[in-house]
Structure formats: C-alpha cells, structure tokens
Design a protein around this ligand. Structure first.
Ligand SMILES: NC(=O)c1ccc[n+]([C@@H]2O[C@H](COP(=O)([O-])OP(=O)(O)OC[C@H]3O[C@@H](n4cnc5c(N)ncnc54)[C@H](O)[C@@H]3O)[C@@H](O)[C@H]2O)c1
Length: 318
C-alpha cells in the first residue's frame, strides 16, 4: 500500500467527525469536506470533545490536554469543495448520508477527483459496495470500512470489497486499520447490514417486539441487557460465552440449550415498524430517560467506554 500521510474525511456528521479525531490523533494530515452550511464549526466542536477522549485514553501523556488539542488541530483543514479535499488524499474515509442514490453520485465525483490508487473506504452501515461502485473510475480500490459508533473509541472496522474491488486493496485496507490499532474483521460475503449491525438489529428487533407486546418496559429491556448479557459481551462474544455456558464446553452447552433456544427462535415473530410503533417506543424510552435526571448520556457512555477499553487492554482480552 502506498504511504499514507493525508487522509480525507468526506461527510463530517456524527461518524465523520469521530473518524476525523481518530486520524488526527494518529498523526495524519486530515482534509475534511461536508456541504452543510455549519459543517466546519460543528466539526471543530465535535473534534475537540473527541480529542479529549483520546487524550484520556492515552496512557503515556507528556503534554497538557490544551497543548495536545491545539497541536493536533493544526493538521486539520476544512475544504468547501469536494475536489480540493481529495485531490492529494492518500486514503479516503467516506461518511455521507446512508442513501444509495446519494452515495453513488458522491463516489462518481470522488473517483473523478482523487488519485487513482487511493483507497476509498465507506463507513456505510448497510449498503453493499457492489451497488455503490458501479459508475466509478477505478472501482477496484473501493472497500467497506464500516466502524462502530463512536469510531474514535470503538476498535471494530468491518471490511469487504464489492464485485469490482481487487483483493490487494481489501488486504491493504485491513492492514492499514490494523496498524492504526483498530480491530478489523474481513467479511467474506456481501450481506445487507454486514455482520455487527445484523447482530445488533437481531437484539433490537426483539427489544422492540417485547415492549410493543407489553411484555416489559423499555427500562426493563435496558436493565436486562446492561446488567446481564451486555456485561459479558464486553468481555467475550457469543461463541466464547457459549463455550462457558456448560462445564463441558460448547457442544455440551448447545445440546443443553439448543432445543429450548430453537423453540424461542420459532416463537419470535417478524417485526414491522410503523410511525405509531416508533411513537410508542420513543415515549417508553423518554420515560426511562426522564428518570435519569440531567445526566449527559453521551458523555457518560464515552467515559465508560474509555474505562472499558483500558480494562480490555490491561486484561489482554481478545
Ligand atoms: N450513526 C451511526 O451509528 C453509524 C455507525 C457506523 C456507520 N454509520 C454510517 O456512516 C455514514 C454517516 O452516518 P452519520 O450517522 O454520521 O450521519 P450524519 O447525518 O450525522 O452525517 C452525514 C453527513 O454527510 C453530509 N453530507 C450530505 N451530503 C453530502 C455529500 N454529497 N458529500 C459529503 N457529505 C455529505 C451531511 O451534511 C452530514 O454532515 C452513513 O453511511 C452511516 O450508515 C453510521
């Protein structure tokens, strides 16, 4: 892979701003572009907050947080035109809105303006690269680089190419993210929603179904996850947890749990969203949020993530 000095961040909303902080913290020059009128100011504010998180995560500090932030921000340039942001970019992380028409148009423009061997990685949560890359110049370097929110903290990146992507670019993207301390996984087959979002949406489907059916409250669902399986999932995933679910290991656990679990699967119904259901689920969620008082949930989540990441590193968890 060619040497990467300059990373372009295209689309600087929630995910793009977080990626911006991540790449700045790794010492790259970052070019940013977003067509929204207040994008530059918003990006600046968000990146400052995220850099503070990264400063806190770093265990070998040799400067103050103020000095770190002002030094790091010197490497960030915001552009008002897409072409200027990507013309000399060595790696592009795209974070535009999750709409296939918009992404296709955006990729046509990106590939007309950036170097032909620059990898373009899409943060897309569910779109297939094969559907995005069709009308592009040099489509062989377009890959999925799907992060989990917030990307400046969460290590996972899901990687796969489309029908026109060349294997060497997929491998280069994998190695690049890995070198930067990310935990990339290589997906072998394009499926809607990739891997982690399919897992997550399986849980969400049941969480929404159970509340819609009056089985329990939104607060009960959150309590059940964060005080039960969620605590284990920050340590080991479903496979290692199944290995530990029986003193004789995975197969014995599957023999023990498999039959009842198959009955639960058969009992689970397809769930279709409607505006009415969304209003009801939102009302349930707001009831729970009100009980929490004036806590800033995003700050609380990110502070807890930083502590969890430190714990995972200290225990050398897989
Ligand atoms: N929100 C999440 O939890 C999450 C997690 C992982 C991946 N993603 C993916 O990341 C991408 C961005 O999601 P988000 O949550 O940051 O959305 P967002 O709405 O916060 O940000 C999208 C940004 O794209 C900008 N934009 C609009 N048109 C554009 C164009 N033509 N070129 C460049 N930028 C343009 C918008 O102004 C906005 O700032 C999506 O593909 C999404 O699926 C989201």
């Amino acid at each position: 892979m060619k040497q990467v000095n300059k990373v372009a961040i295209i689309g600087t909303g929630l995910i793009g701003a977080s990626w911006t902080a991540f790449f700045l913290n790794k010492g790259f020059q970052v070019n940013a572009f977003d067509p929204a009128p207040d994008a530059e100011v918003n990006l600046n504010n968000r990146v400052r907050t995220y850099l503070l998180d990264l400063f806190e995560l770093n265990e070998e500090k040799n400067t103050s947080s103020d000095a770190y932030i002002s030094d790091t921000l010197k490497n960030l340039t915001f552009f008002n035109h897409l072409a200027d942001a990507v013309i000399d970019a060595d790696f592009i992380q795209e974070n535009g809105p999750e709409r296939i028409d918009l992404k296709k148009d955006l990729y046509t423009q990106l590939t007309q303006n950036c170097p032909k061997d620059t990898i373009i990685a899409s943060s897309s949560s569910g779109l297939k690269i094969s559907d995005i890359q069709n009308d592009c110049l040099y489509p062989e370097r377009i890959v999925l680089g799907h992060p989990f929110n917030p990307p400046h903290l969460l290590p996972l990146v899901e990687i796969i190419g489309g029908e026109k992507t060349e294997q060497n670019y997929i491998q280069d993207a994998f190695e690049f993210y890995k070198l930067l301390g990310k935990k990339p996984i290589l997906i072998q087959k394009e499926v809607k929603g990739h891997v982690a979002n399919r897992l997550q949406s399986a849980i969400w489907r049941e969480a929404f179904y159970l509340v819609s059916e009056g089985v329990c409250s939104a607060e009960d669902i959150d309590t059940a996850i964060t005080n039960g399986p969620g605590l284990r999932w920050a340590i080991f995933g479903p496979y290692l947890n199944m290995q530990l679910a029986n003193q004789h290991g995975f197969t014995a656990a599957m023999h023990h749990l498999g039959e009842p679990m198959s009955e639960w699967w058969a009992d689970m119904k397809p769930y279709t969203l409607s505006e009415e259901k969304i209003d009801m689920l939102n009302a349930e969620t707001q009831k729970f949020i009100q009980k929490l008082g004036d806590k800033n949930l995003q700050t609380l989540r990110d502070q807890a993530l930083i502590k969890t990441l430190k714990m995972r590193k200290a225990l050398d968890l897989p």
